[in-house]
Design a protein around this ligand. Sequence first.
Ligand code: NOJ
Length: 522
Amino acid sequence: MEDFLWWRDGVIYQIYPRSFADSNGDGLGDLTGIISRLDYLSNLGIDAIWLSPFYPTPDKDFGYDISNYVEVDPRFGSLADFDRLVAEAHQRGIRLILDLVLNHTSDQHPWFQESRSRRDNPKRDWYIWRDQPNNWQASFGGRAWEYDPATSQYYLHLFTKEQPDVNWRNPEVRKAQMDVFRFWMERGVDGFRLDVFNAYFKHPDLPDNPPRFGLRGFDRQRHIFDIDQPEMMPFLNEMRLLLDSHPERYAVGETYIATPQKTVSYCGPDKLHAAFSFDFTFMDLFYPIFPWNPRWVMEQVIKREETFNAANVWPTTVMSNHDLPRAASRYARGENDSQTFLAMTLLLTLRGTPFMYYGEEIGMRDIHLQRSEILDPPGKKYWPIYNGRDGCRSPMQWDDSIFGGFSTAKPWLPVHPNTLQRNVRSQQADPGSLFNFTKKLLALRKEIPALRGGDFVPLETPRGMLAYLRQTKGQSVLMALNFGRRKKKFSLPDGDWRMLLTTAKGSPGALTPYEIQMLILE
Ligand code: NOJ
């Protein structure tokens, strides 16, 4: 394990703080709650935590509208709690990644309050003000410009109107944002997830985006002037220099509607360490269709292997996050877990850093809400075509008590009723559970270098299953996954293959329905 690099070889676990663990009985998760569950995470075997925002926020986008970048929202705790979280995580060998949302602030941020106060305010140019809007659209619907009667101009917002975009072309803004990185690095943070980073810079002249075919306004234009501007690169170089001034710091970018080619272009030794490529989570609000069959999965993997290998960039694997229906809800029927085992296997054995979303290890499903219960802004706007993202943000299911062991009070979002059966406690006690399978896979990743750093080699198989090797010079591991309810047989490559892990009773190369096999070449 001596060449183990945490962000490349480890597994990163995303926590949505308000839904993980509530320590003070207010129905909202908090930092102390997270601290109380660190032993659980350490025992599960993850290497790092990505914390979704816990900064002060008016909750117009549930934390992604930040009114102070360098504080903790009192509902989630204090800076002292945060310091304790860093120390306690580090004691257990767990790294901490923060979510930096630097494309926009909340409209309640003092910077914006000043900016909107007068046209000649020194912070006026910290945001993007114009007399006339262009044709840009907000990704949560409607125009990307809001008229502010106080100063009779429009300001730009690529998300809700309560999330004004900051003007990254202003050197003072850039410096203030770099100071945010510094502030948290000095508090011991190991890395950052950069929210929609490729939207920081807009074209200086703000030209109209050209049209294209699409259903809603946002999709009816080509996003060539509102994202992916060349000024991004020098900024990434500057940011990387800062990160590299501390040992083993990391930055992963959330690419916003970028092609895979663009995504890899942002990564490298003087840029980001990684950027998400959402190979398995493609979703358009109006086409919530998620393909899921072995042929399609293999196509995605091969495509991304080609792009990332050609650019010499280390990939990431994401099956679920706080913006999407959970993989278990996309692929599984009811409470049947055969597809969630498959998704977990891919997450943890493909080449790339796995990002696991809280509750994924027990196969948590999305909750269903009535219209009146919906909190998420795009869900409110587009219901019933799109219900928003509350579904995947429900409280962690620790046990079978009324609030799932998450809180003693009614939580901010309902706990899934299946917590009666599906919860951490019951799965810990069941040797055949997804939880214990996940734990085994995590342990095997630690033991077997080929599973972490090995090349990916696809294998020929009959339809309905997929198989691949993970291979280093000295080690070959074979993964075989049967996606269907028929038995499958395929010919193993030459050699003496020993079974390391199976979910059923098949013999090497002969898989029972939905079986997953991991074999190693002796
Ligand atoms: C991407 C985040 O993942 C999402 O949750 C948020 O709403 C938008 N960026 C705006 O910050």
